[in-house]
Design a protein around this ligand. Structure first.
Ligand SMILES: Cc1cc2nc3c(=O)[nH]c(=O)nc-3n(C[C@H](O)[C@H](O)[C@H](O)COP(=O)(O)O)c2cc1C
Length: 492
């Protein structure tokens, strides 16, 4: 079971023994980040933290506690999505995708619970006052400085909302998008929205600008954990993240109408910031920001958000994350995506046995893929297909190996791939869009990519020498030593 609210999620984390309440006063500027960084760098991701006494820039104590690193361990990521193992979700997706109609009446009847489950996915709009609107601030009452948004690194351009759900709507189709894009606080009621050009929120904004229309935007902070995670998931633009969150939760996400714009907001959110972007208005300087690459991303121009209302629960908790040199909390959010999306990847690439994006590769820099190679050149087919899919198109380096390689162990994947390549023959460069955060690409957001074919080479691929076998011990010797081991007195 997943939880319905952020505060229930925090309680579940505490019950699991993974929460530390910090009662010592600490500053929202840099100090929370330094404490969180030490935790996130510790083995397994460290504890989740709830700071109960947060000092604001003007020296006052914040009215609101700050939670951080809530998703930052395998166990908490599973707790967020209500599973024991993230693979369970991939299993549910595979079952749904298995569209073969079963034979016989009993087989068809057995499908009914699955169909009933599907009916639970779409969000429900609740009537009456939702929890997220227990307090509603408008006009002069709005002061974003009251909320303990963090300044995370010394060179940052300001304070940022780091774990938001940014809600927008496609003006052409009406399909909603929920994206996790950091937001910089510019003043009491203005923000800068960092949706990068490849992201769905940015596409909505371009469409609204082309129509010359004001664009409503909502930034929700802290809701049920499946919704928070879904904002970070690279779903196709045609899929509403709240439907996906409903699938993950096995129960619908509850929504409510925003008070000052025509969008819906998660009814259980801790804070909701409502506003609009005026496409006719000049862009504003956003950043610099200590980013998840481990480097500062440079300041650049992004749309300004004018805040029309801030709504909240009576006693909200402000939820944040910290990004920076990996590993950080976002590794676990990304890892959930990696596991959940494997069956979807296999729909178009059935030869993919597994894939992995290690923490040091910050998702878009390095992707290992293991394939069941059945014909010459298949490694190239797979890398080209990946470069043609959604945000995978931004992958800088793709390394393809054979099926038996455990790609979730980067040392093993590199060891095999580096043994198997002749660099001139097996490394290919291509061009395409690259991540906006890539500071080394030849041009901003456009550059080269490298594909490495680390599979065993076939005769048809021009390899005429004999290919050696991997070294493994024979079964008989292994079994004999297994039996002897307890008597050898060796402790490893
Ligand atoms: C903690 C965190 C912060 C992120 N910050 C940004 C950001 O500032 N801008 C951005 O475009 N993507 C950011 N992302 C990545 C997007 O959330 C991710 O690409 C997501 O799939 C975008 O949703 P969309 O496909 O609906 O646009 C961030 C992800 C995480 C986990």
């Amino acid at each position: 079971m997943t939880t319905d609210t952020l505060q229930d999620f925090i309680a579940a984390i505490e019950a699991a023994g993974e929460l530390v309440r910090v009662r010592e006063p600490v500053r929202a500027r840099l100090e929370i980040a330094e404490i969180a960084d030490r935790c996130m760098k510790s083995p397994g991701g460290g504890p989740a933290l709830l700071f109960e006494q947060v000092v604001l820039d003007d020296g006052r104590l914040s009215e609101f506690p700050v939670a951080i690193n809530l998703f930052g361990s395998m166990r908490r990521m599973c707790l967020a999505l209500g599973v024991q193992d993230l693979e369970e979700i991939g299993g549910r997706i595979s079952e749904l995708l298995n569209l073969k109609v079963p034979e016989g009446l009993l087989g068809k009847l057995a499908m009914l619970p699955k169909l009933a489950e599907v009916a639970k996915f779409p969000p429900r709009v609740r009537s009456g006052q939702p929890a997220c609107q227990e307090i509603v601030l408008r006009g002069d009452e709005i002061d974003l400085n009251r909320i303990p948004f963090l300044a995370t690194w010394p060179g940052d351009g300001g304070r940022y909302i780091t774990l938001p759900m940014v809600i927008t709507e496609d003006p052409r189709t009406g399909v909603r998008n929920v994206g996790m894009y950091r937001v910089q606080v510019l003043g009491r009621d203005t923000l800068a929205m960092h949706w990068q050009r490849h992201k769905v929120g940015a596409a909505h904004w371009r469409d609204m600008a082309a129509r010359g229309q004001m664009m409503p935007v909502v930034i929700a902070i802290g809701a049920d954990p499946a919704s928070v995670y879904s904002a970070s998931a690279p779903l196709p633009p045609t899929i509403d993240e709240f439907i996906f969150a409903g699938f993950l939760r096995k129960s619908p996400v509850e929504l409510a109408h925003a008070v000052t714009c025509d969008l819906e907001v998660p009814a259980e959110a801790e804070f909701v910031i409502e506003g609009y972007v005026d496409p006719a208005e000049p862009l504003v300087l956003e950043g610099p920001f200590g980013d998840h690459t481990g480097f500062y991303s440079l300041a650049d121009y992004y749309p300004k958000v004018h805040v029309t209302a801030v709504t909240m629960r009576k006693q909200p908790v402000y939820a944040a994350t910290l990004v920076g040199r990996p590993p950080m909390e976002d590794y676990y959010l990304g890892h959930a995506t990696e596991r959940i999306f494997l069956p979807l990847l296999r729909l178009t690439l059935p030869e993919v046995v597994d894939y992995h994006m290690p923490a040091c590769g910050i998702f878009h820099n390095l992707v290992f893929v293991a394939i069941d190679k059945q014909y010459p050149g298949q490694a190239y087919k797979v890398m080209n297909a990946l470069w043609g899919q959604g945000l995978m198109s931004l992958a800088k380096v793709i390394v393809v190996v054979d099926r038996e390689v455990n790609v979730r162990n980067p040392d093993e994947a590199w060891w095999v791939a580096l043994n198997n390549i002749d660099p001139e023959r097996d490394v290919r460069f291509t061009k395409g869009p690259v991540d906006v955060l890539d500071h080394a690409s030849q041009h901003f957001s456009f550059g080269s990519k490298m594909g490495i074919d680390g599979t065993r080479k076939w005769k048809e691929e021009g390899f005429t020498r004999e290919w050696p076998d991997l070294i493994t011990m024979d079964q008989t010797t292994r079994a004999r030593i297994d039996e002897l081991w307890p008597r050898l007195g060796i402790r490893l």
